[in-house]
Design a protein around this ligand. Structure first.
Ligand code: 5RP
Length: 221
């Protein structure tokens, strides 16, 4: 059932690609369905900018060229999933560990279209442990600083990011002021990226449920 909802959310993103030559592509199981949907219409695009080695592999296997962000400039549309979404379209991401490249592509895109099933919408962010990518030698230092911020960081063992770093999955954070917390975590020396996408939230969230797909957009409110 949840897989069908992920597919439903993925297909709702297709109309947002109108006129788009290069698509920003996120990571995860929902995005994998989206990539599958691109295969039959791939002639409409010059290629994609990918947020992970996993998505790159899948795109290339389907014959979709993967381009370097440095050579393509600003992207029109970035499509990605999320682990949690609040009503301001702020997100927790990084369950798949691709948060840094995801955040870079989101920053470099005019429009961030988030695709998810309805279970990802929450009143407050933070029940899902916040993934934080950290330079390996700073692991213990950053963990101590995260405890001072009220978190309970857990090292994601046997996992190295595509950038060669580690992830601290940080439980029990009370995310009342997402933008402030994002800045506070970004300011910790040794942190590469936090999976809190508050300062650059999604522009549109396509939320699939058995009753249909709801479109959440800050502009429409
Ligand atoms: C990967 C992510 C994913 O977008 C997030 O984990 C959601 O994944 P899924 O679509 O499999 O639920 O941030 O780093």
């Amino acid at each position: 059932m949840q897989e069908n909802l992920k597919k439903q959310a993925a297909s709702a993103a297709i109309p947002y690609l109108k006129g788009c030559r290069i698509i920003g592509i996120g990571t995860g199981s929902t995005v994998n369905y989206f990539i599958d949907l691109l295969a039959p219409i791939k002639h409409q695009f010059d290629g994609a900018v990918s947020s992970s080695e996993a998505s790159t592999k899948k795109l290339l296997a389907l014959g979709i060229p993967v381009l370097d962000l440095n050579t393509v400039g600003t992207l029109d549309v970035y499509v990605d999933g999320a682990d949690e979404i609040n009503s301001n379209l702020q997100l927790i991401k990084g369950g798949g560990g691709a948060l840094t490249r995801e955040k870079i592509i989101a920053a470099a895109s005019k429009s961030f279209v988030c695709i998810a099933d309805h279970s990802k919408l929450v009143p407050y962010l933070g029940n899902f442990p916040l993934p934080i990518e950290v330079i390996p030698m700073a692991r213990s230092y950053v963990a101590r600083e995260l405890v001072k911020l009220g978190g309970h960081p857990v090292w994601r063992e046997n996992f190295i990011t595509d950038n060669g770093n580690i992830i601290l999955d940080t439980h029990r954070l009370e995310i009342v002021e997402p933008c402030q917390l994002e800045s506070a975590i970004n300011n910790l020396t040794g942190v590469v990226t936090t999976g809190l996408f508050a300062q650059r939230p999604a522009d549109i969230v396509l939320l699939a449920s058995k009753d249909g797909t709801q479109t959440l957009s800050m502009e429409l409110e």
